[in-house]
Design a protein around this ligand. Sequence first.
Ligand code: NAP
Length: 336
Amino acid sequence: MKKELRVGVVGCGAIGKEHVKRLTEVVPETRVTAVSDYFEEAANQVAKEYGAKAYTDSYALINSDDVDAVLVTSTDDTHAQFVMECLKIGKYVFCEKPLALTQEECVAMMEAEQKWGKRLVQVGFMRRYDRGYVEMKKAFDDGEVGEALMMHCAHRVMSEAPGFQTDYAITRVAIHEIDICRWLLNQEYEEVQVLKVKQSRRTMGDWLNPQLVMLTTKDGQRIDVEVQSDGAYAYDIQCQIVGEDGTLNLPDPAFVTKRSGRGFEHNLEKSWIYRFIEAYDVELKAWAQDVLNGQLTGPSTWDGYAACVASDALILSRKTGKPEKINMIEKPEIYK
Ligand code: NAP
């Protein structure tokens, strides 16, 4: 008989709705049986559209017998509490990034997870499922450009929701590069820094923009990440590994190009939703299959923790104006 994974989704905002649709239409292994949101109307509306049960109490959803695994897509500040609730009862949970607001919360999660003797948590670092990044990693791991010397990255965003703050450029935006660069290079970070740069007149609120994020790996590779958290001309993601024997570039543009009498043209994306739409599909399909097989292989609690430690050090560096060391606990066995 076909195995089915009954999923409960916590948070019916922008990405929550996208993921409910994705789990229903793209992932054959899953059925969304429950959805929750603080805002009752949001939960009711999604529940009605997809034939799920609506909750306003997300703890009740997590503990429901109709939910085999949980997807957390609520606001950043709520992630840790819901992941911990899942870990309390041993339920698989997929949590959108960031895993938590503090590294201490991530350590507590790792302690709780280890008691079950296996991984239960996956973090939503979907770029690891993007075709371009996957091909870059394979080429790098196959030694096609030799040892990596440095990386150059850009993360340019057109606009952010009201209430955006300077720190969010790290914890919500650059967090993707923090994760993908350590994944691509198979490295942890030694030291990080935020450098002050000329500010854009197109910044829409009272926050620093752009910011230049510098990451140094344990092997001494330097990574520069230009972060434009709003006001950019498009949603534009760039990534280059400079190796001793060559360079590897994330496909740019990511989509079809046109050559005509008018010249060489291509569109630029406006939003993360479309740029990474296939990566999200692959990510959730892989997660569902892994849960059904009882063995997670995607980004782990350790990866969520590593991103949190780097984010904290970057925010501190912006305040001190100096590079800040990365201090991590020893990696527990189940994440090796
Ligand atoms: P959003 O539109 O604000 O959605 C969050 C939803 O969660 C809102 O409907 C909110 O309800 C609800 N919520 C807040 N507290 C809750 C609680 N205690 N219980 C249940 N629901 C609660 O935000 P979003 O853009 O979808 O982002 C959601 C999360 O996904 C964020 O953590 C974000 O970082 C992450 N994300 C990841 C990616 C990625 O590339 N991987 C992309 C986008 C977003 P109210 O409106 O009533 O507060």
